[in-house]
Structure formats: structure tokens, C-alpha cells
Write a protein that binds this ligand. Structure first.
Ligand code: CMP
Length: 241
């Protein structure tokens, strides 16, 4: 895996900071302080930005590109905890509780990052109630997402888990639910605890049954039908048109 990173450059603009949800509501005077201590870093695809077990030194905000948060065992089997996109941050857990990194964070494409060192981050937190609140909101959202994942792992079959993941990753686009980000079958398999072959089979079946269609490489969901948590079609049951 690539561990090369470009030399850091200093100084995000206030406009950039305004566009990041984590800084919503933070007054300009305080954003100016953050702009002074944060720096840019560009990393190529496949870079392990944060490695599980390492001590923590910085918080990262994803400006562009994408990354996956994952854990793996000694045999190299991986579980993807989440995919991160522009505007999202990572590396806060170790900074907050002082524990080693809880997971690997790996760039899935070239990433433009904003980096804030541990001491600067703690100082910013101490001075910005809105920043604390935004971080708390994100942690709560992640906990909700983790709860939903536990629920779906415990209660849904692979059909249900694939369907739920597709809905969760879809976004509204002029009244349609569309998955814009690149989502490989391998990634889906690693997120729902199934084999890639099983995910391929289930997706083919769901597509054939009209639960979603692929348009210009993007998945367009026919939401109501997919949300109905489809199971495998028994041979005797007529297939929906
Ligand atoms: P930290 O433990 O410092 O390093 C790994 C990072 O991955 C962690 O902080 C979080 O930012 C991120 N992370 C870990 N688990 C999850 C999760 N379930 N959802 C989203 N992000 C996570």
C-alpha cells in the first residue's frame, strides 16, 4: 500500500472552511485561528492515511476524494465500517479519548485533506462551542449508523442487507434515488459481511426483478420496491415485472 504523501502546504481559505459542515456556525474570528493552524495535504489513491493501532497525532478533513474506514484480521480479511466523502472528517476518536487509532483509513481515490494537529485541535475545541457541538452531532450520527448496521447484520438476510445499503448510499436527484459514488461489489460485500460472489448474485437478481437499474454507470433505485426488503424469489412465486 502506498504510504507516500506530498509535503504539507499551509493555509486553507475562509471560504473553504465555511463549506465544511464541521465548521458550521463557527464565527469568522475563530475560523481565522483554525486557518492559521490547519494545513493542506494531498495523498494518492491507496494511501493508508491512518493506521489502526498507531498513536494519534492529527485530525483530518476530507476536502475532495474518498476514503474507506476499515478493520482487518491477521488473515487479511477486511470489514469496511464506512465510506467517507468530501466534507467529512476522521481521526477524532483517538484525539478525544487518547486511545490508539481504532481503524485504518485508506484513500480510495486521490484525496485533498486538511490536517489539524492534536494540540491545535484541542485548543480549537476548547475555544469553540459550535465546533464541539458539530463533532458531537457527527459522533451521534456515526453511533446511529453503527446501531443500524448491527440491526441489519442481526435481522436481515443478504438481500435485505444489500437493499438497505443501496438505499442508505442513495441521494435524492430530481425526485429519483441515485447512487453517485463509486461502489464496488467488493466494497458492498465488505460492508455487509457477505462474499463478493453472493453480492453479485443478489444484485443481478434485484436488477433483473426491477428493483434498480444502472444508468450511465450509476445505480438508480426504484425506491419503494427496494425498501420493501426483498428476499430471494422462491421458484413457485411469480417474479415482479
Ligand atoms: P481514530 O480512531 O482516531 O482513527 C480511525 C478513525 O476512523 C476514527 O478515529 C474515526 O474518525 C474513523 N472511524 C472509526 N470507526 C468509524 C465508524 N464506524 N464510522 C465512521 N468513522 C469511523
Amino acid at each position: 500500500m502506498n504510504t507516500q504523501v506530498e509535503q504539507p502546504r499551509r493555509g486553507p481559505s475562509l471560504t473553504l472552511l465555511h463549506s465544511i459542515p464541521m465548521f458550521a456556525g463557527v464565527p469568522d474570528s475563530q475560523l481565522e485561528q483554525i486557518a492559521k493552524v490547519a494545513f493542506h495535504r494531498r495523498v494518492p489513491r491507496q494511501t493508508t492515511i491512518v493506521r489502526a493501532g498507531d498513536s494519534t497525532d492529527s485530525l483530518y478533513v476530507l476536502i475532495s476524494g474518498g476514503a474507506k474506514v476499515l478493520n482487518s484480521d491477521e488473515e487479511g480479511r477486511e470489514v469496511i465500517l464506512t465510506l467517507l466523502g468530501p466534507g467529512e472528517f476522521f481521526g477524532e476518536m483517538g484525539l478525544i479519548d487518547g486511545s490508539p487509532r481504532s481503524a485504518d483509513v485508506v484513500a480510495t481515490e486521490t484525496c485533498e485533506l486538511l490536517v489539524i494537529t492534536k494540540n491545535d485541535f484541542k485548543r480549537c475545541l476548547a475555544e469553540n462551542f459550535d465546533l464541539c457541538l458539530n463533532i458531537m452531532k457527527s459522533l451521534v450520527q456515526r453511533l446511529r449508523e453503527a446501531d443500524r448496521n448491527i440491526e441489519s447484520l442481526a435481522l436481515l438476510d443478504v438481500y435485505g442487507r444489500v437493499a438497505k445499503l443501496l438505499i442508505d448510499f442513495s441521494e435524492d436527484e430530481r425526485g429519483q434515488r441515485v447512487i453517485r459514488r463509486r461502489l464496488t461489489k467488493q466494497d458492498i460485500a465488505k460492508m455487509i459481511g457477505a462474499s463478493r460472489e453472493m453480492v453479485s448474485r443478489v444484485m443481478k437478481d434485484l436488477e433483473n426483478r426491477g428493483y434498480f437499474r444502472v444508468e450511465e454507470g450509476r445505480i438508480v433505485i426504484i425506491e419503494k420496491r427496494l425498501a420493501a426488503n426483498p428476499g430471494p424469489v422462491p421458484a413457485s412465486r411469480p417474479q415482479p415485472t
